[in-house]
Design a protein around this ligand. Structure first.
Ligand SMILES: Nc1ncnc2c1ncn2[C@@H]1O[C@H](COP(=O)(O)OP(=O)(O)OP(=O)(O)O)[C@@H](O)[C@H]1O
Length: 572
C-alpha cells in the first residue's frame, strides 16, 4: 500500500524494536488497574498497609519501566521517521533535478515544493505514529477487553457489546471526514501557490496596484481552507463527546452490574474500579486507532503524489552509448521541427542553419517567435520533434548530457541570481574560479565597475533572487557567470535588453576577445547587425538567414524591423 516504505529499509531495526518497546509499555499499563484492584481490595479495605506499600512499590516500578520503554520507542520513532523522510527527500530532489523542462512545466513548481515539504511531512508523521501507536492502540483496546473478561465474564460482555457501537460510529466519522481531508489538502495547495506567487511577485503586485485584489484572493483562499477545515474538524470533534457518551453508558453499566455483584459478594470494590479503568483505556485506545486511520489515509495520498513524481518518465534521457564530442563548438540545425507537447502546434518549423565554431549568430524576431525555444534545443533542454541538432558534428541526443551542458553556457532572458556572494554566483559557472578569473569575466560583462564599487566587492552578499541589484546589473552578472565557464558555445538570450546602447556596444566588443561560438538573441537590431549570420524568426519559421547586408536587401520582416527601429531612434 505504501510503496515508499522501500526508503525505510535502513531503519528496519527501529521499525521493529520501536513498536516492541511501545508494546512493553502497554503491557505495563495494562497491569496497573489490576495492581490497583489488589491495593484497594486487599490493602485499603482490609487495613493491610504493608499490602498497600507493596502494591504502590510495584505500581511505581511498572510506571518507571513504562516510561523507559516509551522513551526508547520515541527515540527509535524519531530516528526512523526523520531518516525515512530524509531518504525520500533526497530521492525526490535527485529526481526533480533530472526532470526535463517538459516535466517540470507539466507539474508546476508550486506543487513540486508542496510535495517536497508537506507531503513528506505527512509520511514522516505516519511513520512516527506507526512505530508509536500501531501496536499499542489495538493491543490496549483488545487487552482491556481480555482483562475485563479475566476479572468478570458478564462485565466482559458489556465491553464486547460497546466495541461494535464504537466501531460503527468510527466508521461513519472516518467515511465522512476522509474525502474532506483530501479537499483540505487541495485547498492547502492552492494557498501555498498564492503565498508563493505573492511573495515572489511582490514588486509587480505593488506596481500594478493589485494589492487589494491579491489580498481579496488570499482572504478567499484562507476562508475556503478554514471553512473546509471547520467542516472536517466539526465531524472529527463529534468523536470525542460521542466516545464519552458511550464510555459513560459503559461506566454506568459496569457500576450497576458491578455494584450488584459486590452486594452479593461475587466481586470486590477494587475490581469494579479496575473495570472502569479498563473501560476508559479501551475507548481512548479506540480513539487513537481512529486518528491513525486518518493519518494513514492522508499519508497514502501523499505517498501517491510523491510516487507520481518519482515514476515520471524523463523525456530527455542520455543514450546508453552516449559520447563526448569534443570540438570547438560548431552547431548545425537540420530541418528541425519542435512542439512542446502533442496538444500544441509547432513552436519551431523546418529550421536549418550551420554555425561554424567561433562565429556569431544573431537571432531576431517578434515576441513569441521561438527564439528562446531554438536555443534550448542546443543544450537539449527539450528534444526536437523532427530533424536534428548537431554540436561538433554529433547529434545532441548522442551526447553525454553533462558534457553537452558543459559545452554550452547560457545567460538567460530572466537573469536568475542565487543567494550567496557575487563570487559564489560566478563560481556556478566555474567551480573554484580564482579572483583573477572572476575579474576577467566581470570585465567582459561590463560588470567590473559596479562590483568594485560594492562595499565588499566580490564578497558582497546577493539577496534572494538578486533583489539588491538593478535589472541591468543582474543581467551583467548573469553574463559574467556564463562567460567565466569558458564554454565553446555562449548563448545570450536577450541578455542585453536592460543595457544602454553604449554598454551594449562595449560588451559586444569585449566578447570578441573570447573565441566561443556566440549566439545573441536580441530585439534590438543594433545588437546583432555585425554578427556573421542573422536568423530572422517569425512565428516559429525562418523568415531569413544571412548577414545584415543580405537581409536588409532580401528579408521583408528584417526590413520592417530595421525601419521601425530607425524611426524610434529618430523620434528619440
Ligand atoms: N513551456 C512551454 N509550453 C508550451 N508553450 C511554450 C512553452 N514555452 C514557450 N512556449 C510557446 O512557444 C512559443 C515561442 O516561445 P519563445 O519563448 O521561444 O519565444 P521568444 O521568441 O523567445 O519570445 P520573447 O521574445 O518574448 O522572449 C510561444 O508561443 C510560447 O507561448
Amino acid at each position: 500500500m505504501f510503496s515508499l516504505i522501500r526508503y525505510a529499509k535502513k531503519y528496519k531495526k527501529q521499525i521493529i524494536l520501536g513498536p516492541f518497546f511501545k508494546f512493553l509499555e502497554a503491557v505495563f499499563e495494562l497491569f496497573l488497574p489490576l495492581l490497583m484492584a489488589v491495593m484497594v481490595d486487599e490493602g485499603i479495605l482490609k487495613n493491610d498497609w504493608s499490602k498497600v506499600l507493596q502494591m504502590t512499590f510495584w505500581m511505581i516500578i511498572l510506571s518507571i519501566a513504562g516510561l523507559v520503554a516509551a522513551i526508547v520507542c520515541q527515540y527509535y520513532a524519531s530516528i526512523a521517521s526523520q531518516g525515512f523522510g530524509t531518504e525520500i527527500r533526497n530521492e525526490l530532489m535527485k529526481k526533480i533535478n533530472k526532470l526535463s523542462y517538459k516535466e517540470i512545466n507539466e507539474f508546476g513548481t508550486d506543487t513540486l515544493i508542496t510535495r517536497m515539504t508537506n507531503d513528506i511531512n505527512q509520511l514522516q508523521l505516519a511513520m512516527a505514529m506507526f512505530i508509536r501507536l500501531v501496536i499499542r492502540a489495538p493491543f490496549l483496546s483488545i487487552g482491556s477487553v481480555v482483562m475485563a473478561f479475566y476479572i468478570d465474564f458478564q462485565i466482559g460482555l458489556i465491553f464486547l457489546a460497546l466495541l461494535p457501537i464504537f466501531c460503527v460510529l468510527l466508521y461513519f466519522i472516518i467515511k465522512k471526514s476522509i474525502p474532506l481531508y483530501a479537499k483540505v489538502q487541495a485547498k492547502l495547495d492552492r494557498l501555498n501557490e498564492l503565498v508563493n506567487q505573492n511573495l515572489s511577485g511582490v514588486r509587480v503586485i505593488r506596481a500594478f496596484a493589485r494589492r487589494d485584489t491579491e489580498k481579496k484572493n488570499f482572504n478567499e483562499a484562507t476562508d475556503d481552507l478554514s471553512k473546509e477545515y471547520l467542516r472536517v474538524t466539526n465531524i472529527s470533534a463529534l468523536l470525542s463527546p460521542a466516545t464519552t457518551l458511550i464510555m459513560n453508558i459503559g461506566v454506568v453499566a459496569v457500576f450497576y452490574i458491578g455494584g450488584y455483584k459486590v452486594n452479593i459478594g461475587n466481586l470486590q470494590q477494587g475490581q469494579v474500579l479496575a473495570l472502569v479503568n479498563y473501560m476508559n483505556q479501551m475507548l481512548l485506545a479506540l480513539i487513537v486507532v481512529s486518528e491513525l486511520v486518518v493519518i494513514f489515509t492522508r499519508a497514502y495520498a501523499s505517498n501517491n503524489r510523491i510516487e507520481e513524481v518519482l515514476a515520471t518518465d524523463i523525456s530527455v534521457k542520455e543514450a546508453s552509448n552516449a559520447k563526448d564530442a569534443s570540438g570547438e563548438g560548431d552547431i548545425e540545425f537540420d530541418h528541425v521541427n519542435f512542439r512542446f507537447s502533442d496538444d500544441y502546434g509547432l513552436a519551431l518549423e523546418d529550421i536549418s542553419f550551420k554555425l561554424p565554431a567561433g562565429q556569431t549568430l544573431g537571432i531576431i524576431g517578434p515576441t513569441a517567435s521561438g527564439k528562446t525555444t531554438l536555443t534550448q534545443l542546443i543544450s537539449r533542454f527539450y528534444d526536437v520533434s523532427d530533424g536534428s541538432v548537431k554540436v561538433n558534428g554529433l547529434d545532441v541526443r548522442d551526447w553525454k548530457l553533462h558534457d553537452l551542458r558543459k559545452e554550452t553556457s547560457i545567460a538567460p532572458q530572466k537573469a536568475v541570481l542565487f543567494s550567496g556572494t557575487v563570487r559564489e554566483n560566478l563560481q556556478w559557472g566555474k567551480a573554484n574560479a580564482s579572483d583573477q578569473e572572476c575579474i576577467e569575466a566581470l570585465e567582459i560583462a561590463q560588470a567590473l565597475d559596479f562590483v568594485e564599487a560594492l562595499p565588499d566587492k566580490l564578497d558582497t552578499e546577493i539577496f534572494e533572487g538578486g533583489k539588491n541589484f538593478s535589472g541591468g546589473q543582474k543581467q551583467r552578472l548573469a553574463i559574467a557567470r556564463a562567460v567565466i565557464a569558458k564554454s565553446n558555445i555562449l548563448i545570450l538570450d536577450d541578455s542585453l535588453s536592460a543595457l544602454d546602447y553604449q554598454t551594449d556596444l562595449q560588451l559586444r566588443t569585449a566578447l570578441k576577445r573570447i573565441d566561443s561560438t556566440l549566439i545573441i538573441i536580441s530585439q534590438r537590431l543594433k545588437s546583432i547587425e555585425d554578427a556573421d549570420q542573422i536568423l530572422v524568426l517569425d512565428n516559429g519559421r525562418m523568415a531569413g538567414l544571412g548577414t545584415h547586408e543580405e537581409l536588409i536587401r532580401t528579408c521583408k520582416l528584417y526590413q520592417e524591423i530595421a525601419k521601425s527601429q530607425e524611426e524610434e531612434e529618430d523620434e528619440e
